[in-house]
Design a protein around this ligand. Structure first.
Ligand code: AR6
Length: 173
């Protein structure tokens, strides 16, 4: 089945989906923005699992992703990925695209049907929102096209928290 792409303007921690994606940092230590919201609401269990991962495999590289349970959140899993800190280099785009691909790969391994992404890197990490939206949408579309068969994912939600991102996604999808 071909997953549908949807846009929601909401707080990602409210969503009752199989997996939500977190715009984390390399230390998986919690922080501000969506990361802060997820850890605050999800509770200590998420942080404990994050610490276990870092103890086992070290800091997470930019563009990579890992999963934990979702603690007190309504979703089943949190997929933590580390977006690039925007530096206006070609690497930014590659790394941002990788966040979406790696998260979707993990979602498939977890047999996730519904997954919600925040607008990775477009807050504290300073990625220009229009460019980031274009990378996010084209990467996810490409993933869907190349993994059309044996895809358990039914819905991919772009969660826009701020009005600027919401408008951009509405125009681009
Ligand atoms: N639900 C959905 N989206 C949100 C929420 C929320 N509750 N809160 C913020 N956003 P950011 P980054 C949007 O800064 O740029 C942290 O400290 C926000 O409007 O959360 O990848 C980490 O620990 C923006 O569009 O993540 C890292 O150190 C988007 O989420 C660093 O920030 C991403 O903004 C990561 O920076």
């Amino acid at each position: 089945m071909r997953p549908r792409l949807t846009i929601l303007k909401t707080d990602i921690t409210e969503l009752d989906v199989d997996a939500i994606v977190n715009a984390a940092n390399k230390r998986l230590a919690g922080g501000g923005g969506v990361d802060g919201a997820i850890h605050n609401k999800g509770g200590i269990e998420i942080l404990r699992e994050c610490q276990e991962i870092v103890t086992r495999q070290g800091f997470l590289e930019t563009g990579k992703a890992v999963s934990t349970s979702a603690g007190n959140l309504p979703s089943k899993y949190v997929i933590h990925t580390v977006g690039p800190i925007y530096s206006n280099s070609p690497q930014d785009k590659e790394q941002l695209a990788s966040c979406y691909i790696e998260s979707l790969r993990i979602a498939q391994l977890l047999q996730v049907k519904t997954i919600a992404f925040p607008n990775i890197s477009t807050g504290i990490y300073g990625y220009p929102k229009a460019e980031a939206a274009s990378v996010a949408i084209s990467t996810v579309r490409n993933f869907i096209d190349t993994k059309a068969e044996n895809n358990c994912i039914e819905e991919i939600i772009f969660v826009c928290f701020d009005e600027e991102n919401f408008k951009l996604y509405q125009q681009m999808i």
